[in-house]
Design a protein around this ligand. Structure first.
Ligand code: NAP
Length: 513
């Protein structure tokens, strides 16, 4: 199984030891990034393995490889030699590994490392993108002995990740480390075992030290949320597809259940620029099911072999799962939304309710379908007016823009106002999409967004005296339905109440640097 390595990038030995001690229980290996140390501190690196008390990698990363070392190569060789010198008979007092670049050519130093039992990590970095022939590169890096080959490539798209993943499958069966650096590659760091990687690098995000490489995850999340140490080749993979997806609660929700339930399964974020490439990646990784979010709920439809009734009538899909190597789609937003709204209103249906729906994207379509099913009447308002008209036409609802003419119509549809746009969501435009409307205080107001807990829109409604609810209850309800679809199991009640009562806000971020 892949190991977790904590990258130590502080400027002093003392501070690195503090960070290590704060996170010791999550780390199998530490990497001392000598390039981040102040010059004076570099004199004391030899004692670090003894002080650290766990296997340590000695690394002096050059600027050209994404590090901070700007000195000459001669001085760097001397520093490496200082770290490896005076080998101790007790190997715990020596560096366990030394990271040496593929173009490094100092045979005497490599020989010394081998003699004293320090394993060489032969590394190649490309901070500009993916190289042409990754398997060929890996092959050319092979030397004699017990070396670990490390290839770290910046990925600028999901297509790039796919190429690294395919290379991981064809590369020789030898200890290696394959890393997709950057946001599109964050799941390669969680699924290191599936990428055949010997270890995954992480950092302690709560500490304020510099980043070791783009896309590194928090070590505590890797160990506790994603349970990286128990991910094996057999572990079932689920996840969330979208862009951006930093503020989703879903990894926290699913992984908490898998942990309590002791399931051999993990749920990971799959940020992507291309739903098609991402589904190719998912097939390579044998992913079993995916939650689909903004902006792919419609774009995913052509890849589906089968669609549930709700997906067919709404034309948007938020849940896909695999059966006999084909993808099938469902929409759990519908039931998640209506269950949450009816509970909030303390009603069994929406008869005689006049409702304004703000927005006309995938979520709005699920909302409109449920309002219709439950007997309500709606006005759909959207920035792009023709989309509002299309949805309204399906249910004989009214429609308009977010301009003064559209806003005027709200007075006749103001029992309930439902905000379904992504405006106000973390990582999106923070505007209030209904800023031209003055709440009377009598409206019941729902915002589908849950991060932040109160958008500017919802804050304004609350200040006017309206009853309000955000999208947290809805997201948990629709995720429960996804869980049942993915696993075929109900969530035990006591687990659900445990999860609902835990502080979601402490876990509702996908934390990378
Ligand atoms: P979508 O299909 O991409 O639609 C986005 C909608 O937002 C469109 O109507 C778009 O208008 C509108 N919009 C975006 N920025 C805007 C702005 N600055 N001003 C006015 N309108 C703006 O996304 P979706 O799947 O419907 O999701 C929308 C939101 O609902 C997201 O925040 C999502 O997180 C949330 N949601 C929550 C849950 C839950 O369980 N709580 C479930 C589903 C969705 P145009 O058509 O003019 O571009």
């Amino acid at each position: 199984m892949s190991k977790i390595c904590l990258c130590l990038t502080a400027t002093t030995i003392q501070r690195n030891l503090e960070i290590l001690n704060n996170n010791r229980k999550y780390a199998d290996i530490a990497e001392l990034r000598v390039d981040c140390l102040e010059s004076d501190e570099r004199l004391y690196i030899r004692r670090f393995p003894e002080l650290a008390g766990l296997p340590v990698i000695l690394t002096i990363r050059r600027k050209v490889d994404g590090g901070y070392y700007t000195g000459g190569e001669g001085a760097r060789v001397k520093l490496l030699a200082r770290g490896l010198a005076y080998a101790n008979a007790d190997s715990r007092f020596n560096f366990a590994y030394v990271d040496i670049e593929d173009d490094f050519d100092v045979p005497s130093l490599e020989e010394a490392a081998r003699t004293f039992g320090t394993r060489i990590i032969r590394s190649f970095h490309n901070v500009n993108g993916v190289i042409d022939d990754i398997p060929e590169k890996i092959k050319s890096m092979q030397r004699s002995g017990d070396e670990i080959i490390k290839v770290a490539l910046a990925v600028n798209s999901t297509g790039d990740v796919l190429r690294v993943l395919q290379a991981a499958k064809t590369a020789p069966k030898k200890d290696k480390i394959l890393i997709c650096m950057g946001h599109y590659g964050i799941y390669s760091r969680i699924l290191a075992e599936k990428f055949n990687s010997f270890l995954t690098y992480s950092r302690a995000l709560s500490e304020s030290e510099v980043s070791a490489a783009p896309g590194q995850l928090d070590i505590k999340d890797l160990a506790e949320l994603y349970r990286l140490r128990s991910i094996s080749k057999k572990t079932k993979i689920y996840g969330l597809v979208g862009y951006p997806i930093k503020s989703s609660v879903s990894p926290w929700f699913f992984n908490s259940i898998f942990k309590i339930d002791n399931s051999d399964a993990v749920y990971v974020p799959f940020p992507t620029d291309s739903i098609n490439d991402l589904l190719d990646v998912a097939e390579e990784l044998n992913v079993q099911g995916l939650s689909v979010t903004v902006p792919y709920k419609e774009a995913v439809l052509p890849r589906l072999r089968g669609r549930s009734t709700s997906v067919r009538s709404i034309g948007a899909c938020n849940t896909i799962y695999r059966n006999n190597n084909d993808w099938y789609g469902e929409n759990t937003d519908c039931a998640g939304f209506s269950d949450s709204l009816l509970e909030f209103l303390n009603k069994k249906n929406l008869k005689r309710q006049k409702i304004t729906v703000v927005g006309a994207g995938g979520a709005a379509r699920a909302v409109a379908a449920e309002i219709f099913r439950l007997g309500g009447q709606a006005l759909i308002l959207n920035r792009t007016v023709h989309k509002a008209r299309n949805i309204a036409a399906q249910y004989n609802f009214r429609w308009g823009g977010l301009d003064s003419q559209g806003i005027e119509k709200i007075s006749k549809y103001s029992n309930i106002i439902i905000q379904t746009t992504s405006a106000g969501m973390e990582g999106h435009d923070s505007a209030d999409p209904l800023e031209l409307y003055a709440f009377t205080g009598k409206e019941a107001v729902m915002d589908l967004i849950y991060a932040p807990p109160e958008t500017p829109f919802l804050k304004r409604a609350a200040a006017a005296g309206c009853r309000i609810i955000n999208g947290h209850n809805m997201v948990i309800r629709q995720a429960c339905l996804q869980y049942m679809r993915f696993t075929g199991k109900e969530i035990p009640r006591q687990i659900l109440s445990m999860i609902s009562s835990t502080g979601v806000n402490s876990w509702n971020k996908i934390r990378t640097d």
